[in-house]
Write a protein that binds this ligand. Structure first.
Ligand SMILES: [Ca+2]
Length: 164
């Protein structure tokens, strides 16, 4: 018997996942939804300043707090604001913003930045995902910290002035 409606292999699922991630998630239930977080600039060096934004649809103002952590180092909590104070562009527009300074002693490598929405009681909000399963209101992205051209030798010092 032939089954209809399932695509073979993982392509269908990947497409579904992409749609879920990129779709902006307008939900019919009015539950909050979180879009993809963006970081500018993408490539970071120790000492750099970056601005991270995440768009949250929150019709009923359930999202009380938005915080991020670096998965590899959870000691610092990054608190996003939607208050119109720079670098946040506009108050209450659902775009939550934070400015982060990459520590000068940050180790180079790949890091995962996780953003979550919290309710008034400080609990991570749980929403239904596309499959109707409970999922935390959160998103994550990868950020890369690179040391400036470490493999490249610094410019050769000028030939020592010859002292006669
Ligand atoms: Ca805003």
């Amino acid at each position: 018997m032939r089954r209809i409606g399932w695509t073979k292999g993982g392509a269908g699922f990947a497409a579904l996942l992409a749609a879920f991630t990129l779709g902006g998630c307008a939900t019919m239930t009015g539950q909050p939804s979180m879009g993809v977080a963006e970081i500018m600039p993408r490539d970071l060096k120790p000492g750099d300043t970056a601005v991270i934004t995440v768009q949250i649809e929150d019709k009923f103002h359930i999202v009380h707090r938005v915080e991020g952590v670096v998965r590899e180092d959870r000691t610092i909590t990054f608190k996003f604001e939607d208050d119109g104070v720079a670098p946040d562009d506009k108050a209450g527009d659902g775009i939550w913003t934070i400015q982060v300074d990459v520590p000068f002693n940050a180790p180079p490598g790949d890091f995962h930045f996780e953003v979550s929405g919290y309710d008034i009681n400080g609990k991570v909000l749980v929403v239904e995902d596309k499959k109707g399963e409970a999922a935390p209101l959160s998103t994550s992205f990868q950020l890369v910290i690179e040391y400036p051209a470490e493999g490249v030798a610094p410019p050769a010092p000028e030939a020592a002035p010859s002292t006669p």
